[in-house]
Design a protein around this ligand. Structure first.
Ligand code: CA
Length: 266
């Protein structure tokens, strides 16, 4: 599984060309919706940029380098795509028609905190608004930029994602990132306290296995507990409430007189 994930985010092979991408020697780019190609998943990028010349330049370069690139020409469409589809990296211009790039950035940060956003900015915009990078861009490139530099930065951020992928736990529709500590169920963010987070990580690491209260106490609280304590049951209750679906179903099953198990309820 992890191997597959790592392969999925492996950067495309290096390419010497900078401003004149030559995609002819590569297989034709797949349609944007299709990331699957020859058994590998190509990194998927969104470019939000209103200057057609830059869109064309970036598209030819990055698609030639093995990325899937979708583009939006204004802030409203860009925000809509960024929030409704999954991208590995988002490239964002600041001066956009429809909605300002910083507003788009802020919306992405709220709804998709794990997706790296690289700002593409003209020098003047950047000088004026460098403080806006605090809004959560991971990086910025000043126009005009070279394709080689853009590709290198995209790859650098993909490598960080790859590292994070090795620290992601998944199961029962739940995904936990142990680096960013983001948790989601069925794609919806779930906010957990530190103890709830540790408890859920413990259950996910033993997905499908029954854990006794004593085992959970040792894994999560890491010290000998009064066997009469009900702290495990209390925190399981908190987690169940936070992870419950609209129909009330929970991914944590009680195994009577033994303990708990992450997986389908009995
Ligand atoms: Ca612009």
């Amino acid at each position: 599984m992890l191997l597959q994930v790592q392969a999925a985010v492996s950067p495309p092979e290096p390419k010497p060309s900078t401003s004149a991408p030559a995609p002819e020697h590569r297989p034709p780019a797949a349609a944007p919706a299709s990331e699957q190609s020859a058994g590998t998943v190509r990194p998927r990028l969104l470019l939000i940029e209103d200057e057609a010349g830059i869109v064309d330049f970036v598209r030819r370069g990055l698609q030639g380098a093995g990325f899937v690139l979708e583009a939006a020409a204004d802030g409203i469409e860009g925000e809509r795509l960024a929030l409704s589809r999954n991208y590995d990296v988002i490239l964002l211009d600041l001066m956009l028609p429809g909605r300002d790039g910083l507003e788009v950035l802020s919306a992405i940060r709220k709804a998709r905190p794990g997706v790296p956003v690289i700002v593409l900015s003209a020098r003047g915009e950047l000088d004026d608004r460098v403080g806006g990078l605090d809004a959560g861009a991971v990086d910025y490139l000043v126009k005009p930029f070279s394709l080689a530099e853009l590709e290198a930065r995209v790859r650098a951020h993909l490598r960080l994602i790859e590292q994070a992928a090795t620290t992601t736990l998944r199961g029962a529709g739940i995904e936990m990132n142990l680096l960013t500590r983001e948790v989601s169920r069925d794609g919806e963010a779930v906010l957990l306290s530190t103890t709830e987070f540790e408890l859920l990580a413990c259950l996910l690491r033993h997905h499908g296995q029954v854990l006794t209260r004593e085992q959970i106490l040792t894994y999560v609280w890491r010290y000998e507990h009064d066997p009469a304590t009900n702290v495990v049951d209390v925190y399981i209750g908190y987690l169940r409430r936070k992870l419950a679906r609209a129909d009330g179903s929970t991914p944590i099953a009680t195994v009577r007189s033994v303990g708990y198990r992450l997986g389908r309820a009995e």
